[in-house]
Design a protein around this ligand. Sequence first.
Ligand SMILES: C[S@@+](CC[C@H](N)C(=O)[O-])C[C@H]1O[C@@H](n2cnc3c(N)ncnc32)[C@H](O)[C@@H]1O
Length: 177
Amino acid sequence: MSSPELWDTRHREVLNKPQACAVLRQHSDHLPQRGQALDLACGRGGNALWLARRGLTVHAWDYSETGIQYLCAEAEKHHLTIQAEVRDVVLEPPEAEQFDLLVVSHFLDRSLMPVLLAAVRPGGLLYYQTFLVGHSGPGPRNPDFLLRPGELSGYCVNWEILHSLEQDGQAQLVARR
Ligand SMILES: C[S@@+](CC[C@H](N)C(=O)[O-])C[C@H]1O[C@@H](n2cnc3c(N)ncnc32)[C@H](O)[C@@H]1O
């Protein structure tokens, strides 16, 4: 089960600073210098803060008010502009070709995949990282939230795959539409 209230509680209990996901930090050479980026299901916004520091125009959406409040406070403290929104991304997904860069980390809703891929402009980038079936660390156990081997790159038919890795219980992908 997942709900905004449950995620509010989790985000309230965490003490560490949110980090950008590894795929973003380790494969930043592909990133554009400018453009519209979305950190989807951003939580406390580790990806969003990191992208804003690099000069992108950043949007960050999550249905947890606590996560978005934390992100807004951090952005203000560091004089970063981020368009953060409390938003259920299943009920209100992005529009087609809305973003130059879409980042998704540690979130999976298979029903959304076609809409997410369509939200990336032609020539734009998708950075995705989340848990694989059988992972042994902290994180979800429900198979609905776990990728099968090969699944992530399999969604990106006719995309240019710039990086794909399945290791240590997580899948990473960088792909250009
Ligand atoms: C494991 S956290 C990941 C947060 C962040 N992306 C990260 O990697 O640290 C999953 C996030 O997905 C959000 N989430 C789950 N379902 C959602 C939905 N339908 N709409 C918006 N956010 C959702 C939760 O509120 C939570 O912040």
